[in-house]
Design a protein around this ligand. Structure first.
Ligand SMILES: [Zn+2]
Length: 598
């Protein structure tokens, strides 16, 4: 089996296709440095005019390999700002006279560590390049292009050129960027950043691997095998998260499977640094930075299946704690019929989602499957005739036939600003990842009152409280009542393994609720001896009819609303869960874990 990382370019392309295209135009000008015979390349970014004195100071860094930059450029041209094309036009008009030297930014990026490594002699140590602050970049027509942080390093560049036997052309690169590139070059040289890695067949025994000398200098560096092994093992076990947790005397690796954390492996503290570095290198994070939280991602293909892994690190007193979230794109999308609803819940759901306008809110803690449910609904509603647009943070899966927009607060793309632009795109159905503030809620309500079906989530525990939360956020009760079709609270419980399921006594508590039998999984190979395999949703559906809407407008408390709803067939999460226990879908322990008795 081969585990390989996606090219960064592909990543950037994907982003580009999704977000608004915003290719920063850059121009380069060559300028003769008096009498030297070498030319200095200047990179111009967004500024309209540039003084020579300024361009020597810094290059604002159009480096596409920088993760943050790539993300910013994918969505920064949202609204109201001067479009890059206009900037480019303006630059030409001011007439600097060097247009013919301009190149498309795409063809002019900084070379990759692999390309750099290919041109420098192996005798040249990266340490000396660091010390001298010079970065050999490429050789074209015998001329060596060298990156330096400022012109006072010009002599260093010349010496480097002499040692490599080439005339030199220099390019100013901000020092921190230059040092970061040298760091990556170093990683590449030491073999840590290999782009394609083989996953060994003998990787089953992770525990043995964890005890190997991670720092050993052999070709198949054990730390690489260890990290690959962890990822493979996690995917095989259907884990959604891998946690790397440093403690005083060891590093604990845990997997989250079907929503529950399991200890997987303990690694000696001495292996922490290489392990952490390896993961950060794969995720294109800054391995020299340990004190600041970072984000990154790793794309792997496994037997032809694409798996996206989001990586985040936070500093703790014992070093960096790393969480890897595995987004298995092939397995993430479920259809409505896969969610585990009873015929009755399913029926209610089918009815409410086919109302052409209004709002449906989904509530529940993080990890309760709200997004999965909304995706399933969007898939059910997706036909060529309807225009579906989503605003999400993050986009968890690609939905065929749906325009998905990524929130990017750094670039000014918030839920509310994205929604305003989206409404001009004539959508029929809108999915808003989360209603965090009044603005977002207000736009959502307005959209649902003006002919759109709006799906969104709120952080409340039960379904009825969603109405109250909406009003607490500043939405007028009559607007809340007028727009809301239903609110749905949900939880995910683990499904008892069908292979080793056996009947058990339901116990006093459940019997007092009329449950006559219960089941559990004994544990077998099929379920990794956990007794569970997969998960299933429990849905509490609060549907607003005219009576209930009236009660919402007159600000009735949750308890009164619940009483009214009960008469119309409303059942709580707990009650629906009890039914699933009795049918042997899940265990009493699971139900108690995710909910409580009323
Ligand atoms: Zn089993």
């Amino acid at each position: 089996m081969v585990l390989e990382t996606f090219g960064e370019e592909e990543e950037a392309r994907k982003k580009d296709g999704k977000g608004k295209k915003d290719k920063k135009d850059k121009k380069e000008k060559d300028k003769d440095i008096a009498g030297s015979g070498v030319s200095q390349k200047e990179t111009e970014t967004d500024s309209l005019s540039q003084e020579n004195a300024v361009f020597l100071k810094e290059d604002k860094g159009p480096f596409p390999e920088d993760g943050a930059t790539a993300q910013d450029t994918s969505s920064s041209g949202m609204e109201g700002s001067l479009l890059p094309d206009e900037i480019y036009e303006a630059t030409i008009k001011t007439g600097s006279g060097h247009e013919d030297e301009s190149q498309d930014a795409d063809h002019r990026g900084i070379p990759t560590p692999r390309e750099i490594a290919a041109i420098i002699p192996s005798s040249l140590s990266i340490d000396s390049l660091r010390q001298w602050k010079v970065l050999p970049m490429k050789i074209e027509e015998d001329i060596l292009e060298v990156g330096i942080p400022a012109m006072d390093h010009f002599q260093n560049a010349q010496i480097l050129g002499a040692s490599m036997g080439h005339p030199v052309e220099v390019r100013i690169i901000p020092e921190e960027k230059l040092m970061a590139l040298l760091r990556r070059l170093y990683d590449f040289r030491s073999g840590v950043a290999d782009e394609t890695v083989e996953a060994m067949e003998g990787i089953e025994d992770l525990d043995d691997l964890a005890r190997e000398d991670v720092l050993s200098d052999s070709v198949d560096v054990p730390v690489i095998r260890l990290v690959n092994g962890l990822i493979l093992d996690a995917i095989r076990q259907r884990a959604t998260d891998i946690h790397v947790e440093p403690y005083e005397d060891q590093v604990q690796i845990r997997f989250r499977i079907d929503g529950v954390l399991h200890d997987r492996l303990q690694i000696p503290r001495s292996h922490q640094a290489p392990l952490t570095s390896r993961i950060k290198v794969m995720a294109r994070m800054d391995i020299a930075e340990h004190m600041v939280p970072q984000d990154g991602r790793i794309g792997v293909t496994l037997g032809g299946k694409a798996v996206d892994i989001r990586v985040s690190s936070v500093p703790t007193q014992h070093g960096e704690r790393i969480a890897l979230r595995v987004l298995d794109k092939g397995e993430g999308l479920l259809f409505l019929e896969d969610l585990g609803m009873s015929a009755r819940e399913r029926n209610v759901m089918e009815n409410i989602i086919h109302i052409p306008h209004g709002m449906i809110l989904f509530t529940g803690p993080t990890g309760s499957g709200k997004t999965t449910t909304m995706y399933a609904i969007l898939q059910a509603l997706s036909t060529p005739e309807v225009n579906i647009i989503t605003v999400e943070d993050p986009i968890e899966y690609d939905l065929p036939g749906v325009a998905q927009m990524q929130v990017n607060e750094k670039a000014g793309v918030t839920f509310s600003s994205a929604l305003r632009s989206i409404l001009r795109q004539d959508p029929d159905i809108l999915m808003i990842g989360e209603m965090r503030d009044f603005d977002t809620a207000h736009i959502g309500v307005q959209a649902s009152l003006t002919g759109h079906l709006v799906l969104s989530t709120l952080h409340t525990n039960d379904s009825i409280s969603a109405v109250v939360r909406l009003i607490d956020m500043g939405i007028e009760p009559y607007l809340a009542a007028g727009s809301l079709i239903a609110s749905v609270a949900q939880r995910l419980v683990r499904r008892i393994c069908p292979v080793c399921r056996e009947e058990v006594d339901p116990g006093q508590l459940l019997r007092s609720h009329g449950v006559s039998k219960a089941f559990r999984g004994r544990g077998c190979d099929h379920c990794n001896w956990t007794g569970y395999r997969g998960r299933v949703g429990i849905y509490e559906q609060f549907v607003l009819d005219e009576d209930i809407a009236e009660a919402v407008i007159s600000s009735q408390p949750v308890s009164a609303l619940r009483q009214m709803a009960r008469k119309k067939g409303f059942r709580t999460l707990w009650e629906i869960g009890l039914e699933k226990v009795e049918k042997g879908v899940t265990s009493p322990e699971e139900l108690l874990r995710v909910t409580s008795e009323d």
